[in-house]
Design a protein around this ligand. Structure first.
Ligand code: CA
Length: 250
């Protein structure tokens, strides 16, 4: 049977919209464990206990909303009615690119290879640790998100992606929350990689000619931006200080 679980609000570390995950698993205990752990991570979870239900559900949902309702599918292989491999094969045949993580009791190399051959993105063998499963889900979702973004017209430098149209920034696959000035600064930097900007030039470009204040404002905003972008703000790899001149990006 298919059950639609009420989505919980995303947890604080999950900025932006919560990812939606479909869990297809016929073992009640494992299914419930997955639901609890994934919801704790802030994901919206929907479950199906057999292949046919999952399939009907996927197809109907797509017909009514005109968009695919899931960001990730966690798929058991041994399922009643339609098995996991067939389900995955069918999805790919229909051109559906949703990431699929196979969770299976089968652990032979053949099954693993077969799973990946029919278009699954990752494979984990039961029994598995929930922490590992969550880590794999995160990685798949991150990869998917970056892929989606790169299909739009965006600016990219290493693992930072900026969409001017949507005023959004993705840092290592996670959405960053930037103030309008920080965003404008980053957009300017990313539009001209390695160009050196003086503080005065940055003020002209970002704050405009009617700016009142001093150039320290720039330094403060750079510090904030570094805290949001850099792995180690003390050793910046993106926004570099050029002594005596100002800043450059990359
Ligand atoms: Ca099973």
């Amino acid at each position: 049977m298919l059950s639609l679980d009420m989505p919980k609000s995303p947890s604080s570390h999950d900025i932006g919209q919560a990812s939606r995950i479909l869990v297809v698993e016929d073992e009640d205990l494992i299914r419930e464990m997955l639901v609890v752990s994934l919801e704790e991570e802030g994901y919206k979870v929907v479950t199906a206990a057999d292949g046919r239900t999952a399939l009907t559900f996927l197809q109907n949902a797509e017909l009514t909303t005109n968009e695919f309702p899931f960001d990730l599918i966690i798929l058991d292989l041994m399922l009643p009615q339609v098995n996991g491999l067939d389900l995955c094969r069918l999805l790919r045949h229909q051109g559906n690119p949703v990431p699929v993580l196979i969770v299976s009791a089968k652990d032979s190399e053949t099954d693993r290879v077969l799973g990946l051959e029919v278009g699954a993105d990752d494979y984990i063998t039961k029994p598995f640790s929930m922490r590992e499963l969550i880590a794999r889900c995160r990685a798949l979702l991150r990869r998917q998100r970056m892929g989606d973004w790169l299909q739009q017209s965006v600016l990219q430098y290493k693992d930072i992606i900026l969409s001017s149209q949507e005023c959004r920034v993705l840092v290592r696959g996670e959405e960053a929350s930037l103030s309008p000035k920080e965003f404008r600064l980053l957009e300017l930097f990313m539009s001209y990689p390695r160009r050196v900007w003086s503080r005065e030039q940055l003020i002209d470009q970002v704050w405009g000619a009617d700016f009142v204040g001093d150039t320290k404002t720039v330094d403060v905003h750079i510090r904030w931006l570094r805290e949001k972008l850099e792995r180690d703000p003390g050793q910046p790899e993106y926004i570099i200080t050029v002594r005596g001149f100002g800043y450059r990006f990359g």
